[in-house]
Design a protein around this ligand. Structure first.
Ligand code: FES
Length: 164
């Protein structure tokens, strides 16, 4: 083996090592939801009677990742509707569907407003204006024993859309 061939092999080996170091965590991140799906779990967010109009609820999302840390601290907007039947509530992720900033509720205007790029959503989650192209992410919920239970889900992304 001459010097040129030796250096060429070293370069290829180091390139493969760097590609593996960069690529394996990305592949692990992409496959994690398939390998470790969240259990079908509902989180108790409070007494159903305690929610009037639109309320921010902070909670710790059960995460399959032990190192999730502060990322597991999340929030939801719980909207009580006039309907007292099966559609009594709408529960939205606090994350804007554009790039994920937390949206704020403006009761006087009856809209959700995203502070990052001016995305605006109607009270029912539909897009009213700005860059977001889809409605707010909704969570499944149910009332059990007078408690509002919200389905645990991974952080919503554009790749995990949910019909509203
Ligand atoms: S992140 Fe909400 S409008 Fe861009």
């Amino acid at each position: 083996m001459d010097r040129r061939e030796f250096l060429s092999r070293i370069t290829l080996g180091l390139s493969a090592l760097i590609a593996a170091l960069v690529g394996l965590p990305i592949i692990g991140y992409l496959l994690a939801p398939l390998v470790q799906p969240l259990p079908d779990q509902y989180i108790d967010v409070g007494a159903a009677d305690s929610f009037h109009d639109t309320t921010l609820v902070k909670f710790r999302d059960p995460s399959p990742l032990p190192w999730a840390g502060q990322l597991a601290d999340s929030a939801l907007w719980v909207r009580r509707r006039a309907d007292s039947g099966a559609q009594m509530f709408q529960v939205f992720s606090v994350h804007c569907t554009h790039l994920g900033c937390p949206v704020n509720w403006r009761p006087a205007a009856g809209i959700f407003l995203c502070p990052c790029h001016g995305g605006v959503f109607y009270a029912d989650g539909r897009v009213a204006g700005g860059p977001p192209e889809r409605p707010l992410f909704e969570r499944d919920w149910r009332v059990e024993g007078g408690r509002l239970m919200v389905r645990a889900e991974p952080l919503p992304t554009i790749q995990t859309p949910k019909a509203t």
